[in-house]
Ligand binder design. Structure first.
Ligand code: FAD
Length: 361
C-alpha cells in the first residue's frame, strides 16, 4: 500500500476502484506492464452494500483463472434454493440456485490480495478527473491530503456512482434505484434465501438472506420515498408471516447505496478517448437480478485482452467494445426477460404453473 505522499506524479495506467472489476484488471495487467496505479476509496466510503452471493457465472470466471476461494471468505449457511415470494398474490415457489454465500468485504480483500506488488495501490478517493492534452489528471483525497496525479490511460472501475463516468461522460446517463438493506439478529429464524416481488412498492425486487447469524432484508426502490416503500414491504412480510415482527423491530445495521438498471435503450457505455469503463461503472449489471460480480470480472478480462492486442487507445477502445459484445447482448436479453419477472400478471401465471420449481417437503 502506498500513501498519497509517496505516489509518483505520473502513471501509464490509473485504475479507479478496487472492487472485483478493478482488482481483476490490475492483476491481469500487471503481467504485462509495471506502471499501474490502483486507487480505492473504500476506507473513506464505508462498507459496500451487497447480498454477497457468487453466481454460477462468476464461479465459472473464477474457475477460468484457477482461483479458489479460501474458507475464510465463505459465509454460513450455503443454500441451494431460492424462494420466490409475490407479496401481491401471496404465491410462493422454490427454485434451484447454486450461489456461494460469501462475506463481500473479505471477497473484495481476497481479490485485491492477488494483485502483484508491482502495482501501486493507494487508499484514496478520486474527487474528480479531467481530460488533459496528453492524457488525464485526477484529484485524489486521503484522510488528510489532496494530491494530483496524471496518467496516459484511465480506467473507471468505480462502481454504480462512478466519478470517472460522471466527470468525463456526463451525458451517458443510466437509470438508478436506491438499494436499502437492513441486518437483524436471526437466532429464531430458519435460514433461507428469498426473492421478493411487490409491484405496489418497487419496480425491482427485494431479497431476504442469512449470513453468519444475521437475517438481512434489502431491496431496490425508486428514488422517490425509497424508505417508505422499504418499510411498507417489511410490514407486508410481517403480515404474511415470512419474518416475525420481533425480528424486524430491531435493525442492527441500515445501509443504502445506488444500484444501476441498464436498459435496451441505454445505460451501458464502455468509454471513449482513452478513458475506459468496466464493471458496474460501465452499466454492466443484470437488470433483472442485480447480479453484478460476474459482469465485473468478465469486463475486466475483456479490457485486459483489448489492451494486450491493441496498438494505441483508439484500437483498444474498439476491441474492448467488440469483446464486450456478448456481455452486452446477455444484459440486453435480460432486459427482454425482465417483463416476465416483473409484470404482475405474467409472474402470477409463471408461479401458478410451477414450471422449473422444486416441491419442498
Ligand atoms: C444491495 C446490492 C446487493 C447486491 N448483491 C449482489 C450479489 O449478491 N451478487 C452479485 O454478483 N452482485 C450483487 N450486487 C451487484 C454488485 O455488488 C456490483 O455489481 C459489483 O460489485 C460491481 O463490481 P465493480 O468492481 O464494478 O464495482 P464495485 O464492487 O462497486 O467496486 C467499486 C470500487 O470503487 C471504489 N470507489 C468508488 N468510487 C470511488 C472514488 N471516487 N474514488 C476511489 N474509489 C472509488 C469503491 O470503494 C469500490 O471498492 C449487488 C448490488 C447491490 C446494490
Amino acid at each position: 500500500m502506498k500513501t498519497a505522499n509517496n505516489l509518483r506524479a505520473h502513471y501509464s495506467t490509473v485504475i479507479v476502484g478496487a472492487g472485483p472489476a478493478g482488482s481483476t484488471l490490475a492483476r491481469r495487467l500487471a503481467s504485462k506492464e509495471k506502471d499501474i496505479l490502483l486507487i480505492d476509496g473504500g476506507a473513506l466510503r464505508g462498507e459496500k452494500v451487497c447480498a454477497g452471493l457468487i453466481s454460477p457465472d462468476a464461479q465459472d470466471l473464477l474457475a477460468r483463472y484457477d482461483i479458489t476461494l479460501p474458507g475464510t471468505v465463505l459465509s454460513s449457511p450455503q443454500i441451494f434454493s431460492v424462494r420466490t415470494i409475490d407479496l401481491a398474490t401471496h404465491q410462493t415457489r422454490h427454485y434451484r440456485r447454486s450461489y456461494i454465500n460469501i462475506d463481500r468485504a473479505k471477497f473484495d480483500a481476497f481479490l485485491l490480495s492477488l494483485v502483484p506488488d508491482t502495482v501501486d495501490i493507494v487508499p484514496a478517493l478520486c474527487l474528480r478527473a479531467e481530460r488533459e492534452e496528453n492524457g488525464f489528471s485526477l484529484v485524489l483525497k486521503t484522510r488528510d491530503v489532496e494530491k494530483k496525479v496524471f496518467c496516459d490511460r484511465l480506467v473507471g472501475a468505480d462502481g454504480a456512482s462512478s466519478v470517472i463516468r460522471k466527470c468525463l461522460f456526463p451525458n451517458k446517463k443510466v437509470k438508478r434505484y436506491v438499494a436499502i438493506q437492513q441486518s437483524f439478529a436471526a437466532e429464531t429464524e430458519d435460514p433461507y434465501y428469498s426473492c421478493v416481488f411487490d409491484s405496489a412498492t418497487s419496480p425491482s425486487c427485494s431479497w431476504i438472506f442469512f449470513k453468519d447469524g444475521m437475517l438481512v432484508f434489502g431491496g431496490a426502490f425508486e428514488n422517490r420515498n425509497p424508505r417508505e416503500a422499504f418499510e411498507a414491504q417489511k410490514a407486508k412480510l410481517v403480515s404474511l408471516g415470512t419474518v416475525s415482527e420481533k425480528i424486524f423491530k430491531s435493525p442492527i445495521k441500515t445501509q443504502a447505496c445506488t444500484v444501476l438498471r441498464p436498459k435496451l435503450s441505454g445505460g451501458m457505455f464502455t468509454g471513449a478517448g482513452g478513458a475506459f469503463l468496466i464493471g458496474e461503472a460501465a452499466g454492466f449489471i443484470s437488470p433483472s437480478s442485480l447480479e453484478g460480480i460476474s459482469y465485473a470480472l468478465a469486463s475486466a478480462e475483456a479490457l485486459f485482452e483489448a489492451f494486450s492486442h491493441a496498438e494505441g487507445s483508439r484500437q483498444a477502445q474498439h476491441l474492448y467494445k467488440c469483446k464486450t459484445f456478448k456481455l452486452r447482448l446477455k444484459i440486453g436479453l435480460k432486459c427482454l426477460k425482465r417483463p416476465f419477472m416483473y409484470d404482475p400478471l405474467l409472474r402470477r401465471l409463471i408461479l401458478a404453473s410451477g414450471i422449473g420449481s422444486i416441491k419442498i417437503k
